[in-house]
Ligand binder design. Structure first.
Ligand code: MD6
Ligand code: FE
Length: 207
C-alpha cells in the first residue's frame, strides 16, 4: 500500500495472520456463532436493518435497535443468554498488537455478505477511549476508508485482506472509518463466501 493514512495511532499489520491462523480464527468464530447466532441489527429511530450481520463475544456485546439506539448489552438479543467468552486465539491477537495491559471486553463479529457495507462512523459508544480498537479481517477483501476525527477533511481508501490487522489507537481511536465495499469471491476462507471482521475493544473505564 503506497499512501497510508498518516493519522497518529493508526497501525496496519498486513498479513499478520497466516493461512493456518486464519482457519483457526474462523473455527473460533463459528463456535461463537453456534452459541450466539448472527442477527441483523436495526438503526436507531428509523429501524432500518443494517446490511451487516452481527454477533459478539465477551462480557459486552455491541448492539442497536430502533428504540434503544447504539449500546452495549450483556446478553444475546434473541437467545437471552450471556455472550460466549472471547476465544483464546482472538485474545492472542490483542496481546500481540494492542500495546494495552487490559484485556478486551468485547469482540464484535461483523459478517458481510450480499453487498453489505458499513458507512463512515466513529466507534464512540465506549466509556473510555484510552484503549485502542483492534480489527481483524477474514475472508473476502474489502475497501476500508479512513478519515480524520471530524467529518471534514480527506479520507484514504485501503484494501484489507484476509489476515490483515488494523489498530485504531491514540488520536486515531476516534477517526472516522467505514467499509465502502467487499470484493465478493476474492477469498475462499469463509464457507458460503463473504467477509468477517472482528473488532476487539474495552467498553468500561479501567477498574
Ligand atoms: C470492518 N471495521 O472492517 C469495520 N472499527 O468491517 C470497523 O468498524 C472498525 O476496522 C474500529 C476500528 C477498526 C475497524
Ligand atoms: Fe468501527
Amino acid at each position: 500500500m503506497s499512501a497510508l493514512p498518516s493519522v497518529d495511532g493508526f497501525r496496519f499489520y498486513p498479513g499478520l495472520l497466516d493461512a493456518a491462523h486464519q482457519r483457526a480464527m474462523l473455527a473460533a468464530v463459528q463456535a461463537v456463532w453456534q452459541a450466539a447466532p448472527p442477527y441483523r441489527p436495526r438503526m436507531p429511530k428509523s429501524g432500518q436493518p443494517m446490511s451487516v450481520m452481527m454477533s459478539n463475544a465477551g462480557r459486552f456485546g455491541w448492539y442497536t435497535d430502533k428504540d434503544g439506539g447504539y449500546r452495549y448489552i450483556e446478553r444475546h438479543p434473541q437467545t437471552g443468554r450471556p455472550w460466549p467468552a472471547i476465544p483464546a486465539e482472538i485474545l492472542a491477537v490483542w496481546d500481540m498488537v494492542a500495546q494495552c495491559p487490559q484485556v478486551p471486553q468485547c469482540c464484535l463479529i461483523n459478517l458481510y455478505r450480499d453487498g453489505a457495507r458499513m458507512g463512515l462512523h466513529q466507534d464512540r459508544d465506549e466509556e473510555d477511549f484510552a484503549a485502542p480498537v483492534v480489527s481483524i479481517s477474514l475472508g473476502d477483501e474489502a475497501m476500508f476508508r479512513l478519515g480524520g476525527t471530524t467529518r471534514k477533511g480527506g479520507t484514504r481508501a485501503m484494501k484489507l485482506r484476509s489476515g490483515d490487522v488494523v489498530v485504531l489507537g491514540g488520536a486515531a481511536r476516534l477517526a472516522f472509518h467505514g467499509i465502502d465495499r467487499v470484493l465478493a469471491g476474492s477469498s475462499r476462507l469463509v464457507p458460503g463466501g463473504g467477509r468477517i471482521n472482528l473488532t476487539l475493544r474495552r467498553v468500561t473505564k479501567a477498574e
